[in-house]
Design a protein around this ligand. Structure first.
Ligand code: PLP
Length: 403
């Protein structure tokens, strides 16, 4: 099928819930992807942060191939060597004390489990989440997600999940009641526009939770696994949660979510109270083992810190050159550039020039490239953005239009 035929068939046959860009991707290697016509793109989306190890990393491909020959599925009602190996590797890198996990298939599921876990452990119903948060779109996770365009069509949502202004300890404290089970927060808000909290916020939340005897849940679905220049973003502030949600790159691109908690917290869930048929399948766990090996062997966390600092400084140079750029934010290779207008056109123009970039809300360009991206590839992205911004500015001679 050619490009047009694929686009038409997918639009006809698949639920139209994704804001699709007109490009058909068929191949990837490292930080580069190719479309069906053979055109090459630097991938600054990393498949929404999933392709952290680069596309088709040879060690992950090999691990998947070997395990596929041996055993693909094994329900968690039976023991499995690869699942055990993955759990050992995972809990050897999660922050100290987080050493018992529930394995699922996505970020939203990892949050669902965290919400159920908080209610079960505490015997209380209420979860405090942040305005601007994104935790996924299944009913529980959606109830903790902030944006009304995601929530409103599906009300009533799960009750007793309330939102407070982010980065505001006083408001969080005021919101805590005798019904509160947990505070749920993304250490750096991703979908909410790459918002890094002020120093002291997460530590303050930790102190509040300790004082009130409630659980602190970090959603590290987007920030985890080296993305921000630390293995987990919470390490930037030296704060350890009681429960951590992980997904996206966990199995090098295969679907895997993990809710990792203190053993006493996770042990409050009893047999049958939570499960999924695919929990910790051998195939996905083999990919997960290889992914953790690659993360550590190739020092990708350190790479995210170094290349992220370089990428950010180059984005800041663009900011000083172009009046349509409002702000550059982020840590490691989780970067955002707030523009003075809707970025959709910018994304499409950058795509035409061979660079794929994400958005985060209407005004923010978001960069979640594979951590294996090279300086040259970053330079290409910067040079393409520079030329797109020039075009945008020429089209808006009197300055950016407000929205
Ligand atoms: C912080 C965060 N939590 C949860 C999710 C939901 O993950 P998934 O789309 O795998 O359900 C996302 C997805 O972008 C996310 O960024």
């Amino acid at each position: 099928m050619n490009e047009q035929e694929i686009i038409e068939a997918e639009n006809r046959l698949m639920a139209n819930v994704f804001a699709k860009k007109p490009v058909v991707l068929t191949r990837g290697k490292g930080a580069v992807v190719w479309d069906v016509n053979g055109k090459e793109y630097v991938d600054c989306t990393g498949s929404y942060g999933v392709a952290l190890f680069g596309h088709s990393h040879p060690k992950i491909v090999e691990a998947i191939g070997k395990q596929a020959e041996k055993l693909i599925s094994c329900h968690a009602g039976y023991y499995n060597d690869k699942r055990t190996e993955f759990l050992q590797k995972l809990t050897s890198i999660t922050p100290k004390g987080l050493n018992k996990a529930f394995l699922s298939n996505s970020g939203a599921e990892s949050v669902e489990c965290a919400i159920k876990l908080a209610r079960k452990y505490s015997g209380k119903p209420e979860i405090i989440a942040m305005m601007g948060a994104f935790h996924g779109k299944t009913m529980g996770a959606l109830s903790a997600t902030w944006d009304k365009k995601y929530r409103e069509p599906f009300q009533p949502l799960v009750p007793e999940i309330k939102h407070v202004p982010p980065d505001n300890l006083e408001k969080a404290r005021e919101a805590v009641s005798e019904k509160t089970a947990a505070v749920l927060v993304e250490p750096i808000r991703g979908e909410g526009g790459i918002r890094v909290p002020p120093d002291g916020f997460l530590k303050g939340l930790r102190e509040l939770c300790d004082e009130k005897n409630i659980l602190l849940i970090f959603d590290e679905v987007q920030t985890g696994f080296g993305r921000t220049g630390k293995l987990f973003a919470c390490e930037h502030w030296g704060v350890t949660p009681d429960v951590m949600c992980l997904a996206k790159p966990l199995a090098g691109g295969l679907p895997l979510g993990a809710t990792v908690a203190r053993a006493d917290v996770m042990s409050s869930l009893k047999v049958g109270e939570h499960s999924t048929t695919y929990s910790g399948s051998p195939l996905v766990c083999a990919a997960g083992c290889a992914a953790i090996d690659v993360l550590l062997d190739e020092k990708l966390t350190e790479r995210a810190a170094t290349l992220g600092a370089y990428f950010k400084s180059e984005l800041e140079k663009l900011q000083s050159k172009h009046r349509i750029v409002k702000e550059v934010r982020g840590l490691g290779l989780m970067l955002g550039m707030e523009m003075k207008f809707d970025v959709l056109n910018t994304l499409l123009k950058a795509k035409d020039k061979g660079v794929l970039v994400l958005d985060a809300g209407r005004n923010v360009l978001r960069f979640l490239p594979p951590l294996v991206i090279s300086r040259e590839q970053i330079d290409k992205a910067i040079s393409v953005l520079n030329s797109v911004f020039e075009e945008e500015e020429n089209a808006r001679p009197s300055g950016a239009s407000a929205n």
